[in-house]
Design a protein around this ligand. Structure first.
Ligand code: FAD
Length: 288
């Protein structure tokens, strides 16, 4: 079986305790030599400085390739490009470019006056700098705002054509969901890699609510399995086994890269990676 290339997503810490937790997570996962690690950008642009500081600190102290997430929400073009300059100064060469969700309470995304109207405009502007490897979001079960999945895939193609090198998907619970989507993207002429977003299930009741809000299908068998596992106190065991099995199926279907949503907790991601053959690799200079 192919040993996958992995990447890990974190969110920026909001206080000292959370900073230590992120640092511990990075210590556990960085020996797995990820392709890159990424740091999210708070909804509504709320973590602008925190994201910049987190990407800078991670880059400086770990030498890992760090990607900053960036959205169009709540900022003019000039403000957004200033944030981008800050990322570049911090040593960032990779950006996950997103439109972003509307601020809480607003049902629909409304561009800020003078701001990017959509993700394609943002990607075009970032691409024109020639400074960054760009990645974008993709939605195997269709974005809730898309008219239908064909329209959603057509929009993804526009994002790739605007300069994105790769797409990272929303999480999903069954491998077929991703594989069907990958086939449809290929049929639509998308040649850039589509990398599955993998979310190990840390807290089923909480994730279930989140999945419902995102429009992610929740298979009945998963509910049953977690009901029993929660009763028996073996959720982590079930989560690791299910996630490993799903990744294993994806790899057997030719998937080569996996993007893990770590939620700043390393254990499940580490255990799944180990089970897939992604094991700690000492840097040669440290061994010699
Ligand atoms: P887009 O793909 O640009 O738009 C979403 C959908 O709406 C499209 O798929 C398309 O169907 C439709 N659409 C939008 N505009 C048009 C148009 N002009 N014409 C036709 N169709 C259109 N959010 C954050 O706030 N911070 C983060 O750090 C963050 N990280 C993420 C990482 C990943 C890997 C993913 C998958 C999502 C992330 N999100 C993040 C969530 C994301 O911001 C939301 O899902 C948001 O609603 C859509 O952003 P997008 O860039 O994917 O949107």
């Amino acid at each position: 079986m192919t040993v996958p290339a992995v990447s890990f997503e974190f969110f920026p810490p909001k206080n000292l305790e959370a900073s230590f937790r992120l640092w511990d997570t990075v210590q556990v996962l960085s020996p797995l030599m990820p392709r890159f690690v990424s740091v999210t950008y708070g909804a509504g642009g709320t973590t602008r400085e925190l994201t910049r500081d987190a990407v800078g600190t991670l880059h400086k102290n770990t030498g890992l390739n760090v990607a900053a997430h960036l959205t169009c929400v709540n900022a003019t073009r000039d403000e957004t490009m200033q944030i981008v300059e800050g990322f570049a100064k911090a040593g960032v060469t990779d950006i996950v470019a997103l439109r972003g969700d509307p601020p809480k309470g607003e049902g629909q995304f409304t561009p800020t006056p003078g701001g990017f109207a959509n993700s394609v405009e943002l990607i075009e502007a970032l691409s024109a700098t020639g400074q960054f490897t760009l990645r974008v979001g993709a939605y195997p079960e269709k974005h809730p705002e898309a008219a239908d999945s064909d329209a959603d895939i057509a929009w993804l193609k526009r994002k790739i054509d605007a300069g994105a090198a790769e797409a990272l998907t929303q999480f999903f619970f069954e491998p077929e969901t991703f594989l069907r989507f990958r086939d449809r993207c290929a049929k639509a002429g998308i040649e850039a890699p589509i990398v599955p977003g993998i979310l190990p299930i840390e807290n089923w009741p909480g994730l279930r609510r989140f999945a419902q809000a995102c429009g992610t299908a929740i298979p009945a068998w998963l509910d049953d399995a977690f009901d029993k596992a929660i009763r028996d106190g073996r959720q982590d065991l079930l989560a690791t086994a299910l996630c490993t099995e799903m990744c294993d199926t994806l790899l057997s279907e030719g998937v080569e890269k996996l993007h893990f949503y770590t939620l700043n907790k390393p254990e499940l991601t580490r255990d799944v990676c180990h089970a897939l053959g992604v094991t700690p690799r000492a840097k040669l200079e440290k061994v010699a």
